[in-house]
Design a protein around this ligand. Structure first.
Ligand SMILES: [Mg+2]
Length: 227
């Protein structure tokens, strides 16, 4: 039997491995706005404008802050990720069992900080499923959707994009992964109001638990009897 071309499943973390209704990302967003408010004293309408501008130009708010204001990224990340993950998220044994059956290496590819990524994986009870993690610090603050972020991940994995399945909620990042040559799964809505980006992923699912049939269709799932 021919070897399955897909050897890596790359997972985003926030709003991908847990549902947006948990409110984690909303709180992270509020922390970003609190940071900008403290630092620049801008009214809310201007904060939103500034974030949209940074988001379009640099991919993240931090990208803009680093280039245009030389902020200390460590201090910024600690401030914005100060959200009660353990209260908002619950362990997800169903997701853990699904990940245990994947016939490919599961890898984290997140724009968030290492401490936050580890906290979320720990709380969901899925941390042992991921041996390799990419987060904002070890990506040297080069984040999705920039093509360079994808290149760095592929270089570190020593592989080519055709071996990767990319699972993510942000339509802009899904589109970037497709442009990089990866197969893609859009988790949640394919249209992002903030950026106006519409993704056309290979697969679209409502939430992460619906990944099972996609993995099965791609021949990436061990049957329950095999584990
Ligand atoms: Mg996300």
């Amino acid at each position: 039997m021919a070897e399955n071309p897909i050897r890596y499943v790359l997972f985003d973390v926030d709003d991908t491995l847990y549902h947006p209704s948990t409110g984690v990302l909303r709180l992270l967003d509020a922390r970003i706005e609190a940071y900008l408010h403290q630092r620049f004293g801008l009214p809310e309408a201007e904060l939103v404008q500034l974030r949209t501008e940074y988001w379009r130009k640099y991919g993240t708010t931090l990208g803009g802050l680093l280039v245009e204001h030389q902020v200390d990224p460590t201090e910024y990340l600690a401030f914005i990720h100060d959200v009660p993950v353990d209260t908002l998220l619950q362990p997800d044994p169903m997701l853990d069992q699904l990940l245990a059956r994947v016939r490919a290496e599961c890898v984290i590819f997140s724009n968030a900080a290492e401490a936050h990524v580890r906290r979320v994986l720990q709380r969901l009870g899925i941390a042992p499923r991921f041996r390799r993690l990419f987060y904002i610090e070890n990506l040297d603050y080069v984040t999705k959707p920039r093509a360079e972020a994808f290149r760095r991940v592929l270089t570190t994995l020593q592989t080519d994009p055709a071996t990767c399945l990319f699972v993510e909620d942000s339509p802009a990042n899904v589109r970037a992964a497709q442009e990089a040559g990866m197969r893609t799964v859009q988790v949640g809505e394919p249209f992002d109001l903030r950026s106006g980006v519409h993704s056309h992923a290979d697969y679209q699912i409502s939430d992460i638990h619906a990944l099972e049939p996609v993995l099965a269709a791609l021949g990436l799932l061990q049957s329950l009897g095999e584990i």
